[in-house]
Design a protein around this ligand. Structure first.
Ligand code: DGJ
Length: 763
């Protein structure tokens, strides 16, 4: 069992293939965090012979923390005259507000009189086979219970009447440890939770940077790296969705860590609502990282006997830099978060009508788009926003999930049948959580929206938010949408969310319960998706929130893919997808080829660059292919054939970032390598163009140094063999990019700014 408890030293040791995580029951039963890092080596006994497993010493190198009498760091009452014991200075596994720890804490409790204070101490533990689950919330799973195990450590504060069960899930071969906590009111009076983090990591040593991913609508998950210093560095969302502005995935990276070297650890929250991640270096040099539900506007009442479950945090440690950390998260998501029949399977290449038609369309236009797409090899037609109610603009119809047959010119069943007759599957857009005031639903049930009594709600995109904390509302919307899905036998659903939450107040509860609504709302969204997948088990669900406003590991438990951004400009997508790639695998990143000039940026980018950027995602099209000329149509056909042939390499291979596409870069390049190293695809996009410019090489990664690779350019009408090189030469010297001079236009060369070439390496 990779989880061990050593009685003599009172330490818990969790061992994955390449990392160790250690905790110790300290004085008075305080649970201390003593190590998370490269897998520990056990000290050999002096005899020089390996002792039997049962006698193996725990790796006790990591309990050497210093205890000193520190002024203004108080001591727990039971420490008596020992002034060296303080919750303010110890590395703690689940620190509590009011315990004498003045750093940001994991747990905040208010007693019945509003009194704050809690001090959790060790009670017992359990080790179980298999991976725990969390009621109503997404969680990492292991199909085979033998692939995972669970440790539950129970902490208690008798005076406050609080129990915390700390859950640790271990996927040893994946190098992943998950965490969640269950908080229970053991007392006879109600209590309130004002904060309940999913994980706390106290790193005793090291100079760390916090890497986080910030952004905005149409520019999500921008990479940012900030030193962790003597102040609290907090990122998060207060929006009710995980948000465009910050992503619930953060990395603590050693100051010298880069793509290929150094220590770093990542934490992904499996949660799609408001969250917070806080990092700080405290007064004596320890670095604390906390992550979990956003404590602002969180005030969760717990009656006697009631429990609260925190969302799950998945953590991984890499001693080989950021690339390897990304690979750990990609594999975790592909194998232990994404579920259902589409897991690790090629998804249909789709065409979506949104950028071609917007909301105002006729059925005949959709059929024309589908017909041309089918001819070029596309496999699914997705009907986006506008097919329902009286949806003539974005100010009407949301909430009325009955088909607008006048617009379609037929029933949705008939439209879908015609599309199927062309050999395509059929997909549909929905936005279940929202309502327009100009809708039958709102006129009938104005009290179904989130709204503070006596106050007009804040509008966004002319929408109000349905109260998804109420199961009866979720069920109502589900029944209506399910009927349409049944009628058109949809193979795919794109589930959108086009505004953030505000006026968070439910008409169904009194004042005392309003602080739990944001959390319950998120559970309502999960319940909706759960019902959808139960009723239609073969459905491919794509998440979306105005693009990537809810791109998180929680959504991926239901949606194998998520629309990455409303910005489809291939050049902007380079940096959006670059940031996204740190946690999320190519298989999850919704990406399409769209028309030029791009509707968002006005930029014109060559078709082959647009296709290459979309192939670093789920790959599809979002334009009217009828508007392309014959040469472009031929290219599209070639792109589709190429993707179908190489999807496994593209979506399930190891993904390497070769450059960072920041403002200063001349080049954006990445590659996917087949796991045995025998095949790879390199994509290089020129971000600049110079007269008489420099010779450019790009150093490759992940290849077998001793293999000889045949290198061909593949994104040109006739793929062309270039030369053979060893893996060593390609990784240490680099791949020479064939570049054009302005006078000679040549398809086999990078033709100036924003052009791109794709190289297939085979051995
Ligand atoms: C936002 C999405 O991201 C778009 O792709 C499109 O579906 C629109 N909403 C429709 O309203």
């Amino acid at each position: 069992m990779p989880i061990k408890y050593y009685d003599a030293s009172q330490t818990f040791l969790l061992e994955t293939a390449r990392s160790s995580y250690q905790m110790k029951i300290g004085p008075g039963g305080l649970l201390l965090h003593t190590y998370y890092g490269p897998r520990a080596v056990r000290p050999l006994p002096h005899t020089g012979q390996n002792p039997p497993e049962s006698e193996v010493l725990p790796p006790d190198l990591f309990t050497d923390f210093v205890r000193l009498d520190r002024g203004f760091s108080p001591n727990p009452y039971d420490a008596g005259r020992d002034r060296t014991l303080s919750c303010d200075t110890l590395p703690l596994e689940y620190p509590c507000e009011g315990s004498g720890d003045y750093r940001p804490t994991a747990l905040g409790i208010r007693g019945s009189l509003g009194v704050c204070g809690c001090d959790l101490r060790f009670r017992c533990y359990q080790i179980q086979e298999g991976k725990y689950t969390i009621p109503g919330l997404p969680a990492v799973y292991a199909d085979d219970p033998a692939d995972a195990c669970t440790l539950v450590i129970t902490l208690q504060d008798d005076a406050a009447g609080v129990q915390a069960d700390l859950y640790y899930g271990l996927l040893a071969s994946r190098d992943v440890i998950t965490r969640s906590a269950r908080i229970r009111n053991l007392g006879t009076e109600p209590i309130r939770l004002t904060g309940a983090a999913s994980c706390c990591l106290d790193m005793l040593t090291g100079d760390w940077d916090l890497i986080h991913f910030h952004g905005r609508h149409c520019h999500e998950r921008e990479f940012a790296r900030t030193p962790v210093e003597e102040r609290e560095l907090t990122v998060g969302s207060r929006r009710g969705n995980s948000s465009h502005q910050q992503n619930p995935f953060v990395i603590l990276a050693d100051r010298h860590c880069d793509e290929d070297h150094g220590y770093c650890l990542g934490t992904a929250l499996l949660y799609s609502g408001s969250f917070s991640a806080c990092a700080c270096r405290e007064q004596f040099g320890l670095t604390r990282l906390l992550m979990g539900v956003q404590p602002e506007r969180f005030d969760y009442p717990l009656a006697p006997g009631e429990t609260f479950y925190t969302p799950e945090a998945a953590m991984a440690f890499s001693q080989d830099g950021l690339s390897h950390l990304s690979h750990l998260f990609h594999d975790l998501i592909n194998s232990h978060i994404v579920r259902g029949p589409w897991k690790n399977r090629r998804r249909p290449i789709l065409i979506n009508n949104w950028e071609a038609t917007g909301i105002e369309f006729r059925g005949s236009q959709i059929l024309a788009i589908a017909e041309q797409a089918a001819e070029l090899g596309v496999e699914m037609m997705v009907l986006d926003d506008g097919w329902f109610g009286r949806r003539s603009s974005d100010s009407a119809g949301l909430g009325d999930w009955y088909v607008n047959e006048e617009k379609l010119g037929c029933s949705i069943g008939q439209l879908a049948d015609r599309i199927r007759d062309m050999g395509l599957r059929f997909g549909l857009w929905i936005e279940p959580e929202m309502v327009n005031e100009d809708s039958d639903l709102y006129r009938r049930h104005p009290d179904w929206v989130l709204r503070i009594p006596g106050k007009d709600p804040v509008r966004s995109r002319y929408q109000l938010v349905l109260d998804f904390s109420r199961p009866e509302i979720v069920d109502h919307v589900f029944r209506q949408i399910a009927e349409v899905i049944r009628e058109c036998k949809a193979n795919y659903v794109k589930m959108d969310m086009n505004r953030c939450l505000n006026d968070v107040w439910t008409a169904a509860e009194g004042l005392q319960s309003q602080g739990k609504i944001l959390y319950q709302y998120t559970l309502g969204v999960y319940h909706f998706m759960d019902q959808l997948l139960t009723a239609f088990p073969d459905l491919l669900l794509e998440g979306c929130a105005g693009g990537g406003g809810r791109f998180d590991a929680g959504m991926l438990y239901y949606c194998p893919q998520i629309w990455c951004s409303d910005n489809t400009d291939a050049v902007d997508r380079l940096s959006i997808q670059y940031g996204t790639s740190f946690c999320y695998p190519v298989s999850t990143i919704g990406a399409h080829v769209s028309a030029v000039p791009n509707v968002t940026t006005g930029r014109t980018v060559p078709l082959r660059t647009r296709a290459a950027a979309a192939m670093a995602g789920t790959f599809g099209y979002e334009l009217d292919l009828n508007e392309l000329n014959d040469e472009e149509k031929k290219d599209v056909r070639g792109q589709i054939t190429f993707f179908k042939e190489h999807w496994e390499l593209l979506t399930l291979g190891l993904y390497y970032r070769l450059t960072s596409p920041d403002g200063a870069s001349e080049l954006a390049a990445w590659m996917e390598v087949e796991r045995t190293g025998k095949e790879a695809l390199v994509t290089a996009v020129s971000l600049s163009s110079h007269g008489n410019g420099p010779v450019r090489y790009v150093r490759l990664k992940g290849l077998e140094p001793n293999r000889l690779y045949r290198i061909s350019i593949v994104n040109i009408p006739e793929p062309q063999f270039l030369f053979c090189r060893s893996g060593a030469s390609l990784m240490y010297q680099g791949l020479l990019l064939p570049e054009d001079s302005a006078q000679h236009r040549d398809d086999r060369k990078i033709r100036g700014q924003y052009d791109c070439l794709q190289f297939l390496l085979q051995s």
